[in-house]
Design a protein. Structure first.
Length: 162
């Protein structure tokens, strides 16, 4: 269920936003494509002036309008169902970030979540850099003590002569 993803949405917020933008683009492009493809049968009907062409054109336009409505309304129906089932509980959970970024990718809640994630990610990067520097510093210290413990070649030769 949606409530089981507590904590996971913060880590996947950018993916949810990309999916939300894709959904928004589809909601805009599908009606435009339907209108453009509906013009072709109407144009054929007007050019040929045949009654059979008129019936075919109207049937094609009707099917395309129904398909367009379904594509356009499915996200709205899903969003309304989630609101109805979860209501106020949704806004108290981490899953609200997923919900907000998928259905409203330009909303302030989504953009704030992305900024928060970027800030946390930047802090993690800085911590990792510090850890790497500390490890490098320790390895140089260890390497430095090893070099001082070793004898030079001249010292080795002198000890062998004695």
């Amino acid at each position: 269920m949606l409530m089981d993803v507590v904590g996971a949405c913060q880590n996947t917020v950018k993916g949810w936003r990309i999916a939300g933008i894709a959904l928004l683009v589809c909601k805009i492009l599908v009606p435009i494509l339907i209108l453009l493809t509906a013009i072709f049968p109407i144009f054929n009907w007007l050019v040929k002036g045949n009654a059979d062409e008129a019936i075919k054109a109207l049937k094609a336009i009707g099917k395309k309008l129904i398909a367009g409505l379904v594509v356009f309304l499915i996200p709205t129906i899903i969003e309304a169902s989630i609101n109805l089932l979860l209501g106020e509980d949704l806004k108290n959970e981490d899953s609200f970030i997923c919900y907000s970024c998928f259905f409203n990718p330009q909303e302030e809640d989504c953009l704030d979540a992305i900024n928060d994630y970027d800030t946390l990610e930047q802090k993690d990067i800085e911590k990792n850099k510090e850890k790497i520097k500390e490890k490098e510093g320790k390895s140089q210290e260890i390497g430095g003590t090893l070099k001082t413990d070793e004898m030079d070649e001249g010292e080795v030769d002198e000890s062998l002569e004695n």
